[in-house]
Ligand binder design. Structure first.
Ligand SMILES: [Fe+2]
Ligand SMILES: [Fe+2]
Length: 200
């Protein structure tokens, strides 16, 4: 159930690239502490992801970038709704205002430089997020626990991979040195944000 609306959470209504999603029935109180920490970082990341697209849309006038961003923003909002249904407010990151600003800037800054910079940024972010979700899925598999949470994480991961591939296809030329540096910065920033959001 969504804590705000009281409605059961279903996969987001936008075109899905992931298999259909069973409902999560496990209460957060029965999840292991490590998984709560990971879900806190996932929730922070999806909060930031929605803001990345808001940042892009605040700056970019490119029709292709805008339609890409509107579609992706809807998918990221779907991921955020799914995580909000699993992770109670008391367990969410206390640094959410920071993740919102950081996300917005991560979208708005490349949007100042044009479509190639936007697509390279999304490629870098989604490459990171794919590995981030996969590591959690691998640990759930190793421990043989919580198949409902595993399904939720894999649903999100597959949509992130689709975002990454779409951005990679649209970024039609190899990135220059400045863009490669920016992409590395985005990857390192994402890793730092995840480790902070696991704890705070
Ligand atoms: Fe997402
Ligand atoms: Fe995504």
């Amino acid at each position: 159930m969504n804590a705000t609306t009281g409605h059961a959470i279903a996969p987001h209504a936008t075109a899905s690239h992931a298999p259909s999603l069973p409902r999560v029935t496990t209460p957060a109180s029965s999840l292991p502490a490590w998984l709560i920490d990971e879900l806190r970082s996932d929730h922070a990341g999806e909060t930031g992801a929605v803001m990345i697209y808001r940042g892009i849309l605040a700056v970019s006038h490119d029709a292709g970038v805008r339609s890409f961003s509107e579609r992706h923003k809807a998918t990221e909002q779907g991921h955020l709704d799914l995580l909000e249904a699993v992770l109670p407010p008391a367990q969410r990151s206390r640094l959410l205002p920071i993740w919102r600003v950081a996300g917005w800037l991560t979208g708005a800054i490349p949007a100042l430089f044009g479509p190639r910079a936007v697509y390279a940024t999304i490629d870098a972010v989604e490459t990171f997020v794919d590995h981030h979700y996969q590591a959690q899925i691998d640990r759930l598999d190793a421990e043989g626990i919580h198949p409902d949470i595993r399904a939720l994480l894999d649903h999100c991961r597959l949509e992130e991979v689709h975002h990454r591939d779409e951005a990679r296809d649209l970024g039609d030329a190899p990135p220059n040195a400045a863009l490669r540096l920016w992409s590395r910065l985005v990857g390192a920033g994402s890793a730092a944000a995840v480790s902070a959001a696991r704890r705070l």
